[in-house]
Design a binder for this molecule. Structure first.
Ligand code: PLP
Length: 424
């Protein structure tokens, strides 16, 4: 090996990885003939609306719900228009409303907190731990007499510490709504995510593991939650399902269109292959970098159940934020799509510190809103979850693309080895 061989790309060496990453849309990149045919079938049958069409019979959405419930291992699933809508329906399902508090993690997509606000309730933000998911100990600290629900978010495909979270919630009679938007197909101790809490919420938006462009799903074993979710997602649910008039509450329309359900049904056939491709690739990268991580003291994200990891991402924790920044830039020069998880100056709604409208308790009307309805004063501040900001600020992510070739994997491993050896 000559000395040039180890020269970092950022200093003019040849990049370790020869090509840039393919686009990271796991299910999206698989869209093909079968999805095309499925869409055509729906259009040709003129059955674009779940509940009606020229011919009677079950809809694609019915079929999708059945398949999804079976995949997750729950009795019921309700298809909706987005992951955010799924969260709203599940929160309404467990009767979260004005005066209620819901514990959400400091690191999640903003939808988790925004859905709580949309229900008129107040999000209480809790720390993450080295799993980069909800820290059960901080959840305990943040519980008040007004806490109605806890929302563990399985970020980046990684299952939360569900045993601890469920124990805390069950002891106090608090509901658990799992946000599984980023972890469709992942599991915790051999139970699929979305089947452990009182309800699970999934997204079929284009970035997610399986996609119909948009769409969402609520999963539950609880008939009462399911019924309330149906009422909330369809303003005509009472009439349509002939519910006793005195049980009807009006919601809004968050229904899934048949075109989405048809695409999602095809995508479900691709699920296992995508999961195993990502899992195999993540394992290969970890095996090739574990020595250099040990030598440099770099830690992998602590995954509560590695076997259940959907493996959409590899996250590494460096020693400091400046070091993470330097390493990330060097990796990018190697053609490795590494990104920081948090930078105070780069707006990113995955981190609570960027949720200005929530931190400032800004609402749609001047004199209403969740924080006025709250049963106690709620205070937020930029540094309220300092430990989370510290963890995220020194973490970087590499998406584990199911389309990575063996050569891509070798390039990633080589680049990480080279950059860590030179800079840490
Ligand atoms: C994408 C996402 C959502 C929202 O899903 P949409 O379909 O975009 O509304 C909610 N939570 C998390 C963690 C997400 O990543």
């Amino acid at each position: 090996m000559n000395s040039d061989d180890n020269k970092l790309a950022i200093e003019g060496g040849a990049p370790s990885k020869t090509r840039p990453d393919p686009p990271m849309f796991p299910g999206g990149m698989m869209l093909g003939e079968e999805e095309e045919q499925a869409v055509l079938g729906v259009v040709r049958a003129k059955r674009l609306f779940r509940y009606k069409g020229p011919q009677p019979g079950p809809s694609k959405t019915d079929e999708l719900e059945k398949a999804f419930a079976a995949m997750v291992g729950v009795e019921r699933a309700l298809a909706v228009s987005s992951g955010t809508a799924a969260l709203q329906c599940a929160l309404m399902g467990v009767a979260v409303g004005p005066g209620a508090e819901v514990i959400v993690p400091a690191y999640t997509w903003i939808s988790s907190a925004a859905a709580v606000v949309a229900c008129g309730a107040v999000p209480v933000i809790a720390e993450i731990d080295e799993s980069l998911t909800l820290d059960p100990r901080d959840v305990e600290r943040k519980i008040s007499v007004h806490t109605r629900a806890i929302m563990p978010v399985h970020m980046r495909g990684v299952p939360c510490r569900m045993d601890d979270i469920m124990a805390i919630a069950r002891q106090r009679g608090i509901a658990v709504i799992e946000d599984v938007a980023q972890a469709n197909g992942a599991s915790y101790r051999e139970r699929r995510l979305g089947s452990i809490g009182d309800a699970g919420c999934f997204s079929l938006q284009f970035n997610k593991i399986l996609t119909a462009g948009e769409g969402g799903m609520v999963t539950t074993n609880d008939a009462a939650i399911w019924k309330r979710a149906i009422l909330y997602h369809d303003v005509n649910a009472g009439g349509r399902h002939k519910m006793p008039e005195e049980e009807v509450v009006f919601g809004v329309n968050l229904r899934m269109p048949e075109l989405l359900a048809a695409v999602a049904l095809v995508q479900m056939k691709r699920h296992e292959a995508l999961l195993s491709a990502m899992r195999q690739r993540k394992k290969a990268i970890i095996a090739a970098i574990s020595d250099v991580c040990r030598r440099t003291g770099v830690r992998l994200q602590d995954v509560p159940d590695p076997e259940g990891d959907a493996s959409v991402a590899l996250i590494l924790l460096l020693h400091s934020a400046p070091q993470a920044q330097e390493v990330t830039e060097a990796l990018q020069a190697e053609n490795i799509g590494a990104r920081l998880l948090y930078h105070p100056d780069v707006r990113d709604y995955h981190v609570y510190a960027h949720w200005g409208a929530i931190l400032e308790q800004r609402t749609w009307t001047v004199d209403g809103g969740p924080w006025r309805w709250a049963k106690r004063p709620i205070a937020y501040s930029l540094d309220m979850c300092q430990r989370s900001l510290d963890l995220l600020g020194r973490a970087f992510i590499i998406h584990v693309n199911p389309l990575y070739s063996d050569e891509d994997i070798e390039g990633i491993a080589k680049g990480i080895n080279r950059v860590f050896a030179a800079l840490i």
